[in-house]
Design a protein around this ligand. Structure first.
Ligand code: PAF
Length: 287
């Protein structure tokens, strides 16, 4: 099949989307920062099931990186990304430059409260403002009917849902299960930074989280269980643990045992920061 239409300008994006809308076609969007892997392709597959046209944006968004973070070394491989999008059957790739998204004089920031408080924000205070601002722009530019986000970035998914609710953005947000390798390691563009020894350690991340989630579900003390998980990660070889936290699954409020929960964590392996999360099943009702 021929590759996706590639557009770099908002005007060209709108022209193509307008044609599709006039033809009555439903549009699904997958926002990405490129360096695509199987996790992204799983989002594309869901998008293609939901709509007749699938638009993928590839934009390494500078406003969601702090000056100390990896913006410069973030993997960029557009030609490879476009090959993958062609194989997956994507219809349009939106690949704007920074000046197209943030022209000189750009001065607006969207700040979402609620689910963005704590967790990632404690360590990356400007991150969700950057994400919310760029996602709102992408939704206003492409006006998709729905958009697919991975549960791997679980707090981001909750923040995007809140953004759409609060600003009446008419985009259905679809959460997609995390894609993992055969050892359970969540797919991430940042896994490319890991050497072979680090990869072995990284694979213990999900094992510790799943074990801890099972303990929590069966009544373990919350503070003790999350502290033990952080210690287990350090013993496994992680350099530093930013957080391990149990939260209520929908709004990320503190978790109570009778609610569906999510165990979320961020930890450092050398200079690479990894995040992951797993479900905490609700306790069975007392008989
Ligand atoms: O998850 C990502 O890759 C990014 O945060 C997103 C949603 C594409 C916004 O830049």
């Amino acid at each position: 099949m021929s590759g996706p239409i590639v557009v770099e300008s908002v005007a060209a994006l709108r022209a193509q989307i307008g044609d599709w809308r006039r033809a009555g076609l439903k549009i699904a969007m997958v926002p990405t920062m490129g360096a695509l892997h199987d996790g992204h392709i799983s989002l594309v597959r869901i998008a293609l099931e939901k709509a007749e046209r699938c638009v993928v944006s590839v934009f390494v968004n500078p406003t969601q990186f702090a000056p100390t973070e990896d913006l410069d070394k973030y993997p960029r491989q557009l030609a490879r990304d476009l090959d993958q999008l062609r194989e997956a059957g994507v219809h349009l790739a939106f690949t704007p430059g920074v000046a197209e998204m943030y022209p000189a004089g750009f001065a607006t920031k969207i700040s979402v409260g609620g689910p963005s408080s704590g967790l990632e924000t404690d360590f990356r205070p400007a991150f969700f403002d950057g994400v919310a601002t760029v996602v709102a722009k992408l939704f206003l530019q492409a006006a998709p009917d729905c958009a697919v986000f991975g549960e791997k970035d679980y707090q981001q998914l909750c923040v995007v849902r809140q953004l759409c609710r609060d600003l009446d953005l008419p985009v259905e947000i679809v959460g997609a299960p995390t894609v993992r390798d055969s050892h359970g390691l969540a797919m991430s563009s940042r896994n490319a930074y890991l050497g072979a020894a680090e990869l072995e350690i990284a694979r213990k991340f999900n094992v510790v989280l799943r074990q801890t989630a099972a303990e929590l579900a069966s009544g373990a003390d919350q503070a003790r269980a999350v502290n033990a998980a952080a210690e287990a990660l350090v013993s496994a070889g992680f350099r530093k643990v930013d957080y391990v936290a149990a939260r209520e699954a929908a709004a990320l409020a503190p978790w109570r045992r009778d609610r569906d929960g999510r165990l979320l964590a961020a930890a450092w392996l050398g200079t690479t920061r990894l995040i992951d999360n797993v479900e905490i099943p609700a306790a069975p009702p007392a008989l």
